[in-house]
Design a protein around this ligand. Sequence first.
Ligand code: SF4
Length: 216
Amino acid sequence: MGRADFRTSPAKAKMREPLALSLLNDFLYCNRRAALKIVEGWRSANQHTARGDIVHEHADLRGYEVVQGVKILRALPVFSDRLGLNGKCDIVEQRPDQSLFPVEFKVGKRRQWENDDAQLCAQALCLEEMFHTAIPRGAVFHADSKRRREIEFTPALRALTEKTIGDLHVLLDSTAIPRAEFREACEECSLYDICLPRVTSQPALLHHAAERLFET
Ligand code: SF4
């Protein structure tokens, strides 16, 4: 996945400007994608992001309802001072025993993606810090198949999530943009036309293209 090795302790994230929680998903998809958003502020839409927006439309309406004794909180703002993170949970279910269960909406069919799992785990870490409670599980709701995939927040997933948050803070501090690595996932990336991975992944091609810019 072209992931760079940006090592830091999440504890160092303390007192830093909070990162948007959704950037975890970008970073695990491609660290260059996260850098283009964080460092250069690029945002761009394609059919996948547009579908994502539609899927999130209902979950983005802040509020709550009670269904069969379960309080369903929508678009709940969350944060972690310890990790330097903020964002929102699409859905948090508060069950009759007062336990909390976050649910993230995603486009596509039911399947496992490490980046979705880490994003949901980061939401759980925020909720644990905010409400001083343990959250052992959550779920990703896949819009196309209308099915939930339950995720256990194992020590391994928690470690991956905290490391990714630390790496993101280092990326933000360094302001470096990692080089592109062209791969299949690039075809679905909304930043494809900004990144130009076929050119920027090959220094010789990039050099040639840069020279031609100034040809008359
Ligand atoms: S086009 Fe590929 S290399 Fe470029 S940001 Fe997107 S996923 Fe990363």
